[in-house]
Each structure stands twice: as structure tokens, then as C-alpha cells.
Design a protein around this ligand. Structure first.
Ligand code: NAD
Length: 502
């Protein structure tokens, strides 16, 4: 049941002001804990995309000329504004996406960290120079912005993922168009209100277009878009990568995941179990870095499973805005039904339910799935191979570290992984051999901080340059190399490269 307490229709932010979408189609934005309709999001189309890209193009010449330190100073002010509204933003994340308030606060903290890292742009955007590449000839590489950059983002981090791109893009002198997830557009509405209130950006430097597939296709095909960043499911990531590249755009597309956590017999068990629980069930398993398979090596299995099952069964499920709740709802009723089917599929495939999360729902209008553990899973089962994106943890047994590495490397994905052990030799072996982009050692969700790059490998990523950290500056700049000499400064050579007898 949905209660229409507030059915205002969201707007787009184009050219420095909020404007109504030209679309007549809209979707409900719902609180997944209660079923309450929070707003309606317009499904914008090509005309809205065109207006946003045009505004961004028009703003580009002025913004790229703005001194780098002034662009950084704008980010200092923006950082303060986000911090001052951090609680409001976190509550918005919980309301529209479902994760618990402490988790949402941590997400907003990460978003702020992105702005801080981007503020270092007067240093990180520097080029390089070498004197005397030939007699009296110097060579230098400078970095310039790419142009109009767009980002298409998923539902699971309504605050943070857009910040993987927006601060870095504009710090480098680009202008920007964001398409938020149509499932969770409200937090970015708050962010763009903060941008609007802060002032100081020429109109059109940042734009927001609400909608779904039509907006994405509009951006992918628009000749005025120079670069696209995508974060979402693997299938769409591959599609975005291929279509953007076919249209000659720079592209990075971060996709889905199946993350394995390897537990060695010498792991410090209580802390390992705490990390596994946080990783598997935090945000109700809806993180691209969620650990969704435990590989228990040798004798680790019994003690690990005993403690894991006991502590998982104690987790409380409910509205993430309430205190003491460990696991909030999943994002929607459709997601809940899909995850329930996955649990059924695991059992039909031969797994046993060590913890069954399909109990009575905390709220009949909400989209709740309790933490679930499937034991006796083998690497060939679907539940071990495909992304479920819910609070479902599969347990596999491996006889040795070698076997565990083979299992992890047998996955089509390669986003994140963790190993739990006190053995330096096992860690060295694991980090060297594992075909995964982000590795944690005794850390369940090893999502790199803002000043390091973030991305997976294999089916989890399509592109070259990862998100944030030094890769963001690489992605958001084009290198230009200048070779120069000055005749009036005493230059006597005849050619660019003189022979030694000259
Ligand atoms: P999704 O792929 O359904 O949607 C992501 C974005 O793509 C949304 O903005 C959506 O409007 C758009 N979109 C959806 N279908 C499309 C289509 N057919 N054509 C064009 N655009 C389309 O993903 P989601 O459900 O919002 O997010 C969850 C997924 O994102 C999971 O697979 C998760 O692993 C992944 N994710 C990955 C990372 C990472 O860093 N690798 C981070 C967060 C989430």
C-alpha cells in the first residue's frame, strides 16, 4: 500500500535553475521501509538531455579559464555546506534507499572525503616538464579539461557515488551532467539545492537530469558529451561502455560484483565474523563491495560457521531510521521478491539454509528480507556465481588456500575480495595471485578511500581509468605536450635536432 502524503514532481537542474522536465511519464519514489510515496520522479527525454548538455557546453569556456585555485576554493565552500547538512543528507539516504542511519552517515562522510580529495587539484592537475630535450629545447605536458562530462549512477549510494565524479570533474575545469538513479533521486536534489544556494558557479557548470533509460541513451548519443562515467549493474555497464565508445566518447563503466571472503584457519575469529557480518548484511547486502560468498579454508569452517550463524540470527531487521536496527529494508518490493526467489533457487540447487531470512516482515508495507546464510554451496551453483544484491551469504568450503584462490579467480567478476588470516605469507600469496581490483586484509569492505582509485577487474569493470584518486584526474583531463625554443634567447641551432657536428 502506498500513502500519497507528498506527490510533488521533481524538477531538473539545468543552466543554474530548477526547471520542469518535458516528460509526462513519472515514477513514484518510495520509502522502502514503509511504502510511503515520497515524491514522483519525471522520466525525462532527449529534449531535457539536450538542454542540459547545451547549458554545460555554454558554461565550459568560462569555467575552464577560471584559475585552478578558485575552482578549488569553490570546493572548500561546497565541502562546508555538505558537512553542515550531513545529517539531513544521511536521513534522506535512509528514507529513499533503506540503509541504516549510521551506514548512511558513513556514506555522506565518504562523499565529503571526495570533495576534500578533489580540492587538491592545484597540485594533482600539474603536468611535467623536461628542459633541454634538445639543445635549448624544452618539452612539457599540460593537463586540460575534457569538456562536458556526464555520470549515470545506481541506487545503492544515493549520496556518495555521484561524488566519485562531480567534484573531480569540475575541479579539473569540466562541466557536468548527472543522472541520478530514478529509484533514489531525492538526496541529489538536496545536494543540488546546496550547490544552488552556495552560488559561485557559472550557470550550467553542473546540471541534473532526472529519468531512466531515455536519459542514459540521450547522453550516450549526444555529440556534445565528451566523457561518460557509469556505475550500475554489469549488463548495463557493458552496454554503456560499448555505446559510448562507438560514439567516440571517453568512458569508464563500473559494473556488478560477486565478492569472496576467504577465511584461513588462523583467522582471529570473533573479529573476522564481525567483519563478515558487516560486509554481507550491511546495507542489506546492496553494496558492490558486499561480501556475498565466504570461502572457509580447511579447519576454519566449523568455528566460523558456528559463530556466524549464532550472531547473524541475532541481527535486528527494521526501518533504518530507528535506533538499534542492524539491517534495513532492500530498495523495493521488486528487489525483495527477486531476492526471495534467489534464496529458493539456492535451496533447490542443493544448499542448506543455516539462517533463513524469509520470516514475517517487520512492516507489511516494507521491503524486508532478513539476513540469510546458505551453507554447503559449491562454486558451480548459481548462488555462488551471480550477483544477488541482497542480504544472502553463501558458504563454500575449500581444502587449501590454492583451492580458495582458484574459486575466487573462477568468478566472472573481480570487484572486491578479502582474506582473513594472521599469516603474512598467505596474504602475500593471495594479494599477488587474486584477479580482483580491490583487496582487503582482515577488512570486510575494503572500499578504497577517496585519494586512491576505486574499481574492480574483469566483468566488474569496462574501461581503463578507475574512479576517484589519481585516476580521476587522468580521466577528467586531456594531456597536451608542447615542445618549444626561443630564437631571441640566443638559440643558434638550425634544426630541431642538430647533428653533433653542427
Ligand atoms: P542498474 O544498472 O539497474 O542502474 C544503474 C543506472 O543505469 C541507473 O541510473 C539506471 O537508470 C540506468 N539504467 C538501468 N537500466 C538501463 C538500461 N537498460 N539502459 C541504460 N541505462 C540503464 O543498477 P542499480 O540496480 O541501480 O544498482 C545496483 C548495481 O550497481 C549492482 O549490480 C551493483 O553491484 C552495481 N554497483 C557497482 C559499483 C561499482 O563500483 N562497481 C558501485 C555501486 C553499485
Amino acid at each position: 500500500m502506498s500513502t500519497h502524503t507528498d506527490t510533488r514532481v521533481l524538477s531538473n537542474y539545468i543552466g543554474g535553475r530548477w526547471v520542469a522536465s518535458t516528460a509526462s511519464d513519472q515514477l513514484d519514489v518510495q520509502n522502502p521501509a514503509t511504502g510511503e510515496t515520497l515524491a514522483r520522479v519525471p522520466l525525462s527525454g532527449a529534449a531535457d538531455v539536450d538542454a542540459a548538455v547545451k547549458a554545460a557546453r555554454d558554461a565550459f569556456p568560462e569555467w575552464r579559464r577560471r584559475p585552478t585555485i578558485e575552482r578549488a576554493r569553490w570546493l572548500f565552500g561546497f565541502r562546508q555546506a555538505v558537512e553542515a547538512h550531513a545529517d539531513e543528507l544521511a536521513r534522506s539516504v535512509t528514507r529513499e534507499m533503506g540503509k541504516t542511519l549510521p551506514d548512511a552517515r558513513a556514506e555522506v562522510g565518504r562523499a565529503i572525503e571526495m570533495v576534500e580529495a578533489a580540492s587538491a587539484i592545484p597540485q594533482t592537475m600539474q603536468g611535467r616538464i623536461l628542459e633541454n630535450v634538445a639543445t635549448n629545447v624544452d618539452c612539457e605536458t599540460i593537463r586540460q579539461p575534457v569538456g562536458v562530462c556526464a555520470a549515470v549512477v545506481p541506487f545503492n549510494f544515493p549520496a556518495m557515488v555521484p561524488f566519485w565524479f562531480l567534484p573531480f570533474a569540475i575541479a579539473c575545469g569540466n562541466t557536468f551532467v548527472l543522472k541520478p538513479s530514478e529509484q533514489v533521486p531525492l538526496t541529489q536534489e538536496l545536494v543540488f539545492n546546496l550547490i544552488d544556494e552556495a552560488g559561485g558557479l557559472p550557470d550550467g557548470v553542473v546540471n541534473l537530469v532526472n529519468g531512466s533509460v531515455d536519459v542514459v541513451n540521450g547522453l550516450l548519443d549526444h555529440p556534445g558529451v565528451d566523457a561518460i562515467s557509469f556505475v550500475g549493474s554489469a549488463k548495463v555497464a557493458r552496454y554503456v561502455y560499448e555505446r559510448a565508445a562507438a560514439n567516440g566518447k571517453r568512458v569508464q563503466a563500473l559494473g556488478g560484483a560477486k565478492n569472496f571472503m576467504v577465511v584461513m584457519p588462523d583467522a582471529v575469529m570473533p573479529k573476522t565474523v564481525s567483519n563478515i557480518i558487516g560486509s554481507a548484511f550491511g546495507a542489506a547486502g546492496q553494496r558492490c563491495m558486499a561480501g556475498s560468498v565466504v570461502v572457509a579454508v580447511g579447519d576454519a569452517k566449523r568455528p566460523l560457521l558456528d559463530e556466524l550463524v549464532a550472531r547473524t540470527a541475532e541481527l535486528s531487521v527494521g526501518d533504518g531510521l530507528e535506533q538499534g536496527v542492524d539491517v534495513g529494508p532492500v530498495v523495493s518490493g521488486a528487489a525483495r521478491d527477486r531476492i526471495m526467489e534467489w534464496i529458493e533457487r539456492g535451496v533447490e540447487g542443493g544448499a542448506t539454509l543455516a539462517v533463513d531470512g524469509r520470516g514475517p516482515e517487520a512492516n507489511p508495507d516494507g521491503a524486508f528480507v532478513g539476513p540469510t546464510i546458505l551453507d554447503g554451496v559449491t562454486p558451480d551453483m548459481d548462488v555462488a556465481r551471480e550477483e544477488i544484491f541482497g542480504p544472502v551469504l553463501s558458504v563454500i568450503h575449500a581444502a587449501s588456500l590454492d583451492e580458495a584462490i582458484d574459486i575466487v579467480n573462477g568468478s566472472a567478476y573481480g570487484n572486491g575480495t578479502s582474506i582473513f588470516t594472521e599469516s603474512g605469507a598467505a596474504v602475500r600469496r593471495y594479494r599477488h595471485d587474486v584477479e580482483v581490483g580491490m583487496v582487503g586484509v582482515n577488512i570486510g569492505v575494503a572500499a578504497p578511500v577517496a585519494f586512491f582509485p576505486f574499481s574492480g577487474w574483469k566483468g566488474s569493470f569496462f574501461g581503463d581509468l578507475h574512479a576517484h584518486g589519481p585516476d580521476a584526474v587522468e580521466f577528467y583531463t586531456r594531456k597536451k605536450t608542447i615542445t618549444s625554443r626561443y630564437f631571441s634567447g640566443g638559440e643558434t641551432g638550425t634544426f630541431f635536432v642538430e647533428s653533433s657536428s653542427d
